[in-house]
Design a protein around this ligand. Structure first.
Ligand SMILES: Cc1cc2nc3c(=O)[nH]c(=O)nc-3n(C[C@H](O)[C@H](O)[C@H](O)COP(=O)(O)OP(=O)(O)OC[C@H]3O[C@@H](n4cnc5c(N)ncnc54)[C@H](O)[C@@H]3O)c2cc1C
Length: 512
């Protein structure tokens, strides 16, 4: 429901200008719009194209943070998980995890049980339970069997991270905020304080200066490189995390399974996600820019070794991978030798006219957003966040539409059902997406490039083999109708998409 406007259509001044359209910026934008302040969000590329579409897609407390003694972060995360499960069904869904326990190996049953009791206590409900070996194998037959004692079962939640970001942005726009993708910002100061931004639109080539009551630097891993911003951003230790996706025909999981990697004892996990099986992750220092991270062959080998240990019967190898992705965590450097031991808490800083925020987790975006607005309200009191109210107005008329309503919200999902031809409500192959969602996204969700549609409005480019090549003729036909692309534009977009997929998402050793 949100057309992409020209820079010339913007006001001269906004109370709040948010730079960065990942989960952090999107959460701040959504909360800011509820304060009645005027808010503008700009994203240099596509929404969620930074780190926020490359996470593990878990809305979770983070058991390993509990192990590291990060009680506050775990408690906050568990509470946010519970809130989101209640408010956003269809977008944030419960996910049962199994942690198999083996004789003579870590983690031991009693330590796990103790940790999970605390986890349950934080959520206010007892959800974890012990499964004996036979029940464990009935649940997941392909687990390694030798010395298996059973498994601890516990509950967390999963989401589609890119759609979570989009839902926040689109809801914020529906309530009066303005958001623009493919618009890069630099910060302007009047000598005393930050007073606005200079914007440059990659689509039209136009430029514009906008005044701001407060500017928010929500640029994640790019936080220290926002042009024109005064010093103050913390020093980041960017950590790359990579994932592999498999077809469920080859790796048929019913639950999430979490285990410790035999090489270094780090937790890894695999779970069914959007019609594929998602498995990760690594946690390594990332020495390059965060712009286009990709998995290395060492990471592929490490991840496959983890699978061979936990699912030996499946004999999964690089040829079974359908796609890969990598993301860069904006972690505040704490000087720890082990990257995984670094804190995942967010860091906030403030200079006159600007609030900066980086680090943190997808799960806790709402808490972060409110913290940022409280800081911004010191300069402009009307930015003080509203009393806590549900962030999402979700209602699920019938279960078969739960997913659509969760992703789009009530108003947009209702309009989609009326606006889009009924036959397009059919699912695309074995995936959970419908053709109607693609048409809707092209029409209403600021799609600029084909990869916006295949990687973030939907995730077809990741979960369908070969970068969804077989679907491209029909997807491009929708783009021709909805976005007015001619044959030359379609060819250029297809080449751009396939080039991007091959360099960043193709399975190891893939050849055309
Ligand atoms: C591998 C991995 C797994 C993870 N798993 C989980 C998980 O399961 N659960 C969880 O809760 N968290 C998880 N996280 C953490 C979470 O994904 C991140 O904390 C979060 O996505 C960071 O969001 P962000 O908005 O701060 O940054 P980003 O999403 O990177 O957004 C910043 C945006 O700013 C834009 N930008 C930069 N410069 C400019 C400019 N000059 N003008 C305009 N825009 C600009 C960038 O293009 C980018 O889109 C994971 C992270 C990784 C890497």
């Amino acid at each position: 429901m949100v057309a992409r406007t020209e820079l010339s259509a913007l006001r001269d001044r906004y109370d709040l200008v948010i730079v960065g359209g990942g989960i952090t910026g999107a959460g701040i934008f959504r909360e800011a719009v509820r304060t009645q302040a005027s808010a503008l969000l700009v994203e240099a590329r596509d929404y969620a194209s930074g780190t926020s579409s490359w996470s593990s897609k878990l809305v979770h407390g983070g058991l390993r943070y509990l192990k590291n003694g990060q009680w506050r972060l775990t408690l906050e995360s568990v509470r946010e998980r519970q809130r989101l499960l209640g408010e956003a069904p269809g977008l944030v869904e419960p996910q049962t995890f199994l942690m198999p326990i083996y004789a003579g190996r870590k983690p031991g049953r009693w330590l796990m049980q103790f940790g999970l009791r605390i986890y349950d206590w934080m959520a206010g409900a007892r959800r974890s339970r012990w499964l004996d070996a036979q029940t464990t194998l009935e649940a997941e037959a392909d687990l390694a069997r030798r010395d298996l004692l059973g498994a601890m079962a516990y509950e967390d939640a999963r989401t589609d991270d890119a759609r979570l970001v989009l839902r926040l942005i689109l809801d914020g726009c529906a309530d009066g905020g303005v958001a623009l993708n493919y618009v890069k910002a630099s910060v302007r100061s009047d000598g005393q304080r930050v007073c606005g931004v200079r914007l440059s639109d990659a689509v039209s080539g136009s430029e514009r200066e906008i005044d701001a009551g407060v500017v928010i630097n929500a640029t994640g891993a790019w936080a220290g490189a926002l042009p024109g911003a005064p010093a103050g951003a913390p020093s980041l230790r960017p950590l790359r995390g990579s994932h592999l996706l498999f077809s469920p025909r080859r790796f048929g999981l019913r639950h999430a399974v979490s285990w410790l990697h035999p090489q270094d004892g780090r937790p890894v996990f695999a779970y069914p996600w959007e019609g594929a099986v998602l498995y990760g992750t690594t946690d390594l220092d990332h020495g390059e820019t965060p712009d286009e991270p990709r998995i290395t062959s060492q990471e592929v080998d490490y991840l496959l070794a983890g699978l061979a240990a936990q699912f030996p019967r499946l004999c999964l190898n690089a040829g079974d991978v359908i796609s890969t992705y990598a993301g860069v965590r904006p972690v505040v450097g704490g000087g720890k030798a082990d990257p995984s031991a670094e804190s995942r808490e967010s860091a906030l800083w403030q200079t006159p006219g600007l609030v900066g925020i980086t680090g943190g987790k997808l799960t806790t975006f709402r808490v972060t957003a409110r913290e940022v607005l409280r800081a911004a309200a010191r300069e402009l009191p009307r930015l003080l966040p509203q009393d806590e109210q549900p962030l999402f107005a979700s209602a699920t008329p019938v279960d078969s539409q739960r997913r659509l309503y969760g992703r789009l919200g009530i108003a947009a999902a209702g309009t989609l059902m009326q606006e889009v031809p009924g036959e397009e409500l059919s699912r695309i192959g074995d995936t959970p997406w419908t053709w109607a969602e693609l048409r809707w996204a092209a029409r209403h969700e600021q799609v600029v490039h084909l990869d916006d549609l295949l990687l973030r409005r939907s995730r077809l480019g990741l979960v369908v083999e070969n970068g969804a090549r077989a679907l491209l003729p029909r997807v491009l036909a929708i783009c021709r109708e909805e976005l007015g692309w001619d044959a030359a534009r379609c060819d250029a977009e297809q080449a751009r998409w396939l080039g991007r997929w091959q360099s960043q998402h193709a399975p190891p050793g893939w050849t055309a």
